[in-house]
Ligand binder design. Structure first.
Ligand code: S3P
Length: 404
């Protein structure tokens, strides 16, 4: 662990915990929170949102939307958004600082692309390193123009266009952010904008846009799932209840799953099938999970997850599930460190271009605790302790990535 003031390493002492029991709730879903604010900002009337995640990333989205004309207030636990209508965003007076948030940046770039306004986006040191070419490319095809740093990195200034050209775009990477950016640009484009995704990625945009009154069509084709938005709808204000974030639930779920004797309920967790891959992999590892009180909240499946601690075994995590658990691999690696045998996680090179290189960081962190890890160019293999406490003494990272 590093001290923020000096950046010098500080010792962090961890000791084995007894079995866990109890009921917990996790904060609201981040992806759904961003979208609730954005679609509220484009709707006519007052949208109310409860359960919004009030983390920095979501607050960056709220600030940018205010800068583009939406009125957003908070009273108690309820957020209210008065939208400007589709096509009604105003040019921001100043630079939009997106902090650490890739989702805010990429989705808002989609919105700006089909408005006749210019906007300049920047962010923190991590966000300024992240690839934006993946959204610049399709949004340029729709008519937007960009001046950014090499590789399309932030800070960048973009100018949108009216009318934007509706396109059909096949995603080169499985990314819900890129899919959503194109669909959001398509909201204010005349005609049909289609995104084809080879692997299903989180579909919160599609679900919520329908709830706001947009015509969103989904079709399975030989090339993948084709999602079409019919442009220029009138979005009507909604009441949104944000479910608990499965990415946050993943931590207490794994903590209980790896400690025999535990019995924990994580309440009100969003279980959209495009987000729940971790829970399926944990079950394949032998985890005892049950989904209680299954229900629907705001168009999203939700349940309480009951976890009983047991011993886990290593598995091969199916690469085709990667988009459905992309943010959960680090905690899966922790579960793998306590499982019996090897857990192989491949097809996850995308983790290297997140807020940090999540493969390299986890490989180093686990090895520092004495876990046997092999780092691959597109993944990691973790050999677990079979339930014994990890040694707590460093072991080397075996790396086949080609880098030292
Ligand atoms: C997100 C999509 C994912 C995910 C991110 C949130 C979203 O990113 O990692 O935390 O809300 O659409 P990618 O689209 O880059 O995979």
């Amino acid at each position: 662990m590093h001290s923020p003031e000096t950046d010098a390493p500080r010792p962090l002492i961890a000791s084995a915990s007894p079995a866990l029991s109890g009921r917990v709730r996790v904060p609201g879903d981040k992806s759904i929170s961003h979208r609730a604010l954005m679609f509220g900002a484009l709707a006519v009337g007052e949208t109310t949102i409860s359960g919004l995640l009030e983390g920095e990333d979501v607050l960056s989205t709220a600030a940018a939307l205010r800068a583009m004309g939406a009125t957003i207030t908070r009273a108690g636990d309820v957020w209210r958004v008065w939208g400007v209508g589709v096509g009604g965003l105003l040019e921001p007076e100043t630079v939009l600082d997106m902090g650490n948030s890739g989702t805010s940046t990429r989705l808002l770039m989609g919105l700006v692309a089909s408005h006749a306004i210019s906007a300049t986006f920047t962010g923190d040191a991590s966000l300024r390193k992240r690839p934006m070419a993946r959204v610049i490319e399709p949004l340029s095809r729709m008519g937007a123009s960009f001046v950014g740093r090499s590789g399309g990195r932030l800070p960048l200034t973009m100018t949108g266009v009216v009318p934007a050209l509706p396109i059909t775009y096949r995603l080169p990477v499985a990314s819900a952010q890129v899919k959503s950016a194109v669909l959001l640009a398509g909201l204010n484009a005349p005609g049909h904008t289609t995104v084809i995704e080879p692997e299903p990625t989180r579909d919160h945009s599609e679900r919520m846009l329908r709830g706001f009154g947009a015509d969103v069509r989904v079709e399975d084709t030989p090339e993948g799932r084709a999602i079409t938005i019919v442009g220029e709808p009138e979005l009507h204000a909604c009441t949104i209840v944000v479910p608990g974030d499965p990415s946050s639930a993943a931590f207490p779920v794994v903590a209980a799953a790896i400690l025999p004797g535990s019995d924990v309920v994580v309440e009100n967790v969003g279980l959209n099938p495009t987000r729940s891959g971790l829970f399926a992999v944990l079950q394949a590892m032998g985890a005892d999970l049950t989904f209680e009180n299954a229900r629907e909240v705001g168009g999203e499946p939700v349940a309480d997850i009951r976890v009983k601690g047991t011993s886990l075994r290593g598995v091969e995590a199916p690469p085709e599930l990667a988009p459905t658990m992309i943010d959960e691999y680090p905690i899966l690696m922790v579960a793998a460190a306590l499982a019996q045998g090897r857990t192989v996680m491949r097809g996850i090179a995308e983790l290297r271009v997140k807020e940090s290189d999540r493969i390299a960081v986890m490989a180093r962190g686990l090895a520092a605790c004495g876990v046997a890890v092999e780092e691959l160019p597109d993944g990691i293999i973790v050999t677990g302790s079979g339930g014994d406490p990890v040694p707590g003494r460093p072991s080397p990272v075996i790396s086949t990535t080609g880098s030292p």
